[in-house]
Design a protein around this ligand. Sequence first.
Ligand code: CUA
Length: 366
Amino acid sequence: MKKRWLHWLRLTTLLAGAALLLSACGRADLSALNPQGAVAKEQFNLMKISITIMALVVVVVFAIAIYVLIRFRRRPGNDGIPVQVEGNHKLEIVWTVIPLILLVILGVPTVQTVFAQAQDHSKDENAVIVKVTAHQYWWEFEYPEEGIVTAQELVVPMNKRIVIEARTADVLHSFWIPALAGKIDTNPAGNVNRMFFDTPDKTGIFLGKCAELCGPSHALMDFKVKVVDDQSYANWLTAMKAPAVLPEDPAVADAFQKKCLSCHAVGELGVPVFPNLTGIGDRETVAGILVNTDNPRYENEGSVYDNLYKWLKNPQEVKPGNQMPKVELTEQELQGIARYLADYKLNYESEELRNNDATSDKEEAR
Ligand code: CUA
């Protein structure tokens, strides 16, 4: 008796431990299990309904199976065939109606939500329209109403509907921000897919991913969604439209114009084929994966200058198979361009947003 009690205690402890461990999976910046904004919350509700129904079915079926195994097991001296119930009307009606009811409970909200979330909101006056173009292995974000193009960091205001028009410049990719919305494929041959999501009513930085195998650096095709307050968003738009600033040192400016602006753009200058570099010093990452922080703890972290230097020195080492070649730069040019880009900030964050950022940095450091 005592042994059995111990066994249950162990099992309960194990399950409690697992629950505690799994509860850490709900990171607010990248988990669909910690939804932010109305669209993500509706999607999470559907998950909860289906998981509850599945769990209920599993529990009831197992309970009946265990009960039957014990109650009707063969006992000594009992060699006859049990009562046969095939063709029993009452039973057949019961086990046809129960799944029917469960399917209706699951089906009605699912169909409602799917149709509601497939609505085209591109004509909404209040929505922010963003044309997303996937490239091997980076993301381009165009704001057609503002005439702005940026890359790797989708800056959006809080409490707003964002309408996404997704396409690809090369192969198939999939646009996915786990905490904010379900994913959508970007298909070749000029196909445009639309979706929308609602930003939460608080500021924050959310991780976006490419969710379709698209080449050797597919797993490194990350981006950030930066939800900012209205003032910061307005500042950002203004700063993005301001004339470009070139390096002060004429030698560095010359190298930058000849060797970088032949593929990239800053403001109105350059060739906008590859990621737009306007305000790159303000972004959370370099190339979507080298995390900019003055307090690095992991291998993919460093100051924005260090990350830019690392990237420019050998882009193929950071993101194998990407289309940026190793550019021939002298050490002086390399350092000069990295310094210039690291200092290329738009300073758009309102005081409130900066304070929020500082608080979350402190929480993270804990
Ligand atoms: Cu793009 Cu995977």
